[in-house]
Design a protein around this ligand. Sequence first.
Ligand code: PLP
Length: 394
Amino acid sequence: MAIDLVKADEHFIHVYNRSVCFVKGEDVYLYDDAGKRYLDFTAGIAVNALGYSNEEFKNALKDQIDKIIHTSNLYFSEPAIKATEYITKATGLSKVFFTNSGAEAIEGALKVARKYAYNKNPESKGEIIAMNHSFHGRTMGAVAVTGTEHYRTPFEPLVGGVKFADYNDLDSVKALVTPDTCAIILETVQGEGGLTPATEEFIKGVRALCDENDICMILDEIQCGMGRTGYLYAYQRYGIKPDVVTTAKALGCGVPVGAFVANEKYGKAMVPGDHGSTYGGNPLATAAVCKVYEIFEKDHIVEHVNEVAAYLDSALKGIVERHSDKVKGLRGVGLMRGLALADDVAVGDVIAACLKEGLVVVSAGGNVLRMVPPLVIEKEHVDEAVKVIEKVLG
Ligand SMILES: *Cc1c(COP(=O)(O)O)cnc(C)c1O
């Protein structure tokens, strides 16, 4: 019996237009409450990197549940200790704080930058430079640095001292720097904003600007991190390192967990009493993190992404060529891709039609059809997705 979704929606605060009720996942497919099968090119919004049938991952969670789920951050736990080792090795940064979500990781990263500036000069105004079309989450601090007006305006006054520059325009960033600037925050690849990677010139320019002015460079890799662009962290493509990186989404592959990770200099700015979280990085969450990193290494997930991403790239180029009336261009990198649709093609309609045909896709800012599939998809899944998209566009 299918569930009555109209009735089900009555008691949710209506901030999402939900349409389907998924009841299980298998491999890279989802099944709804009527038993219909869907190829998943959304992965719970870039979360379920390992798909739905990694028994080793599931068993690690079951084992941890049998041992202990939660202890609070007043005590050490084995999974959390081990997770810091994995995450510092993966990021090249040395100090970790675990959170329950991406937005919380952003809040923490902003606090680190403010605290460092405060330690230097208690009179610092703690100004932050963020980017237009950025997305950093829905809590007040994260919204304050999100460069989309309609996410911000109804919730003002937000965290103050934030100015917005244009992504990939170094001069627009330079123009906003003052002696009170404590942080520059950007996504290495803009996600919701339309799947735009930073240019090498821009990201290296921001790095140099931060070095010259003792400003904290915060890279938000909540979506583009964890192998999705063909590097474990997307900044590794450019040979630079941020002072603080935020990570979440695929970090726990479905178990809610995030982290902000700082270098020694910024990590040390925080002292007992400065920050905390009851759940953050609890044994269950960090057991997930450990197993995810272990599987990434053992199963060569990043190498696999590069292989299948090249195949997806040429397949999508084919779509752009054959449907130039409906598709304006190709966006993104790795397994974080988008089709920019023509102005008279509504992305919402395309998504609904794909869903009907058994393909789960999502939108990104403007009129972009976003694909962020599990990282374990194979070429045959790319073929299957392309077939559906072509049918819908035709
Ligand atoms: C999803 C996302 C966030 C917010 O993460 P939540 O877990 O939803 O709080 C922040 N930044 C980026 C780039 C994201 O894609």
